[in-house]
Structures are given as structure tokens and as C-alpha cells.
Design a protein around this ligand. Structure first.
Ligand code: MG
Length: 160
């Protein structure tokens, strides 16, 4: 059995916050705003896993109105989804991620984000791909007002 899931998320870029993408701290003058650490990559990956399992979305389990998730490390959300995945008898087959950011340039950090995602998922780096696109200077991404991320994940039951 294989199951596929897709996730998408966007967060606003603001001054006074660290920029964390896929659990990796990226040097930049601004960071992403949100209730948690606003890691747009981990949020979209978490939603992709929940989507593959038909278990709703990250906001169902971790509402942004709940004070206990204020400033939370988004790895907590991912780990919870991975726990549900294992309980359902699935493992990650592969993950494909596209980050949309006009700034900063993500070319230099793509490999580090891929490696960290692979570690978090417990899969080889060859099972994870991280792509980066600019917003071509149009729209909220292109004006560097926000960073977006799309994730697609394939889950497989062992042996599939
Ligand atoms: Mg989010």
C-alpha cells in the first residue's frame, strides 16, 4: 500500500524573528511570523504526512489559539504526525519540497535543509528533495512579504 499527501503553507516575513526553514536556522535580516516558530517547511511537510493519512491538518491537532504552542519548535508537530504514521503502519517513501522565497537566496542552504529533513524523517538524504523558487518579484512572495512552501510525500507500508 502507498499513500500520497500534499501540504502547503505560507508565513509573513517580519523583523525581529529568526528565520527557520526545515529546522535549519538561516541567516537573514527577517524571520517568519507565527504562533509557533513559524517553520513554513516543517508545517507543510507535517500537513503532507497528515494528508496522506487522511488525518486532517496541523491546525486540528495544534490550534494556533492554544498558548502551549506559542513559540513551539515545529519539530514537535512533525514528530506527532510521524508517530501517527507509524501507528498506522506506514513509513516515509520519499519527500519533495519546494520553498518559495524571493529572499534570502536559498541555494546555499538547500542541501543543509534536505539533510536535516532526512534526519527528522529517519530516511536517507536520497529520499528527500528540496527545491527553491523566487516569486519573480510579483505577488506577496515576490515582494518578499512572505515565504511559502509546498510539500509532497509518499508513504508506504513496509515491503511496498
Ligand atoms: Mg504554518
Amino acid at each position: 500500500m502507498v499513500r500520497i499527501g500534499a501540504g502547503f503553507d505560507t508565513h509573513r516575513l517580519v523583523v525581529g524573528r529568526p528565520l527557520i526553514l526545515g529546522g535549519v536556522r538561516v541567516e537573514h535580516a527577517r524571520g517568519l511570523d507565527g504562533h509557533s516558530d513559524a517553520d513554513v517547511v516543517l508545517h507543510s511537510v507535517t500537513d503532507a504526512i497528515l494528508g496522506a493519512l487522511a488525518l486532517g491538518d496541523i491546525g486540528d491537532a495544534f490550534p494556533d489559539t492554544d498558548p502551549q504552542w506559542r513559540g513551539a519548535n515545529s519539530q514537535i508537530f512533525l514528530d506527532a504526525a510521524l508517530g501517527q504514521m507509524r501507528a498506522a503502519g506506514y513509513a516515509v517513501g520519499n519527500l519533495d519540497v519546494t520553498i518559495f522565497a524571493q529572499e534570502p537566496k536559498l541555494g546555499p542552504v538547500k542541501a543543509a535543509i534536505r539533510d536535516h529533513l532526512a534526519e527528522l524523517l529517519g530516511v536517507p538524504a536520497t529520499a528527500v528533495n528540496v527545491k527553491a523558487k523566487t516569486g519573480e518579484r510579483v505577488g506577496h512572495i515576490g515582494r518578499a512579504e512572505a515565504i511559502g512552501c509546498q510539500a509532497t510525500v509518499l508513504l508506504r507500508s513496509p515491503g511496498a
